[in-house]
Ligand binder design. Structure first.
Ligand code: ADP
Ligand code: MG
Length: 247
């Protein structure tokens, strides 16, 4: 079953049409890597899926419910219910600087789900262990390395029990020696059948982990296929040109 269905999605900023009728879907348990040059609309597409951007036309359905249908949105309460199924991890972590690591994890579920303090503490401790940061529970974000911050951000996203995780260039802001620890956590999630869309420049990761690779350029999906199809046998000139520079 498709957990996300995007149909003829359009988005402009002023006169600049950044998404030109995007159609694609993601199946449950699938890992989709989205690659493509800077400015091609990758972030705008991900942000649309969690309603950080409002689309102008087309539809987005998540788990069978419309976040937007023919460019129209439901009531704010329904939008929140639908977007709550999706977690997002950003390039620049977006941690709350004045909260400890563990408080960062507990903040959103405390507000939204009104869970028991003790249950939240147990869950946040488990997730910190999962990302290898049990010893950093009381640390402030600014005392962490970039790789550690990103692992906190992933654990924080998991606190909401997402059906789907979106990653927007999660390792692009990291020193090269710190990308591995973040990619490892993402690989573990993929192995546990988490459904993920990952915008990335890490071609080796895309090849190894993704079930499907989507190449975007100029607001369009140029081609999509298995990692072997895209990396070993790209069909379009734009894909070939991009890969020859980046892979
Ligand atoms: P990518 O993530 O592939 O680099 P983006 O989705 O960030 O691409 O950007 C696609 C295009 O949309 C770019 O031309 C960018 O300048 C423009 N854009 C993105 N966000 C905004 C915004 N908030 N206001 C105006 N233009 C934007
Ligand atoms: Mg981007």
């Amino acid at each position: 079953m498709a957990i996300i269905e995007i149909n003829r999605l359009k988005k402009s900023f002023g006169q600049n049409e950044v998404l030109k009728s995007i159609t694609f879907s993601v199946e449950k348990n699938e890992v989709v890597a989205v690659i493509g040059p800077s400015g091609s609309g990758k972030s705008t597409m991900l942000r649309s899926l969690v309603h950080l951007e409002k689309i102008d036309g087309g539809s987005i359905a998540i788990d069978g419910e419309y976040l937007a249908k023919d460019g129209h949105y439901p009531k704010a309460k329904d939008i929140r219910t639908i977007t709550a199924k999706t977690g997002m991890v950003f390039q620049h972590f977006n941690l709350f600087p004045h909260l400890t690591v563990q408080e960062n994890l507990e903040m959103a579920p405390r507000l939204v789900k009104k869970q028991e303090k003790q249950a939240l503490r147990q869950k946040s401790s488990e997730l910190l262990q999962k990302v290898g940061l049990s010893d950093k529970a009381e640390a402030m974000p600014n005392s962490l390395s970039g790789g550690q911050k990103q692992r906190v951000a992933i654990a924080r996203a998991l606190m909401m029990n997402p059906e789907l995780l979106l990653f927007d260039e999660p390792t692009s802001a990291l020193d090269p020696e710190l990308t591995g620890e973040v990619l490892k956590v993402m690989k573990d999630l993929a192995r546990e059948d988490m459904t993920m869309i990952v915008v990335t420049h890490e071609m080796a990761f895309a090849r190894e982990v993704a079930d499907r690779v989507v190449f975007m350029a100029d607001g369009e999906i140029v081609e999509a296929g298995t990692p072997e199809e895209i990396f070993d046998n790209p069909q379009h000139e734009r894909t070939k040109a991009f890969l020859s520079k980046n892979y």
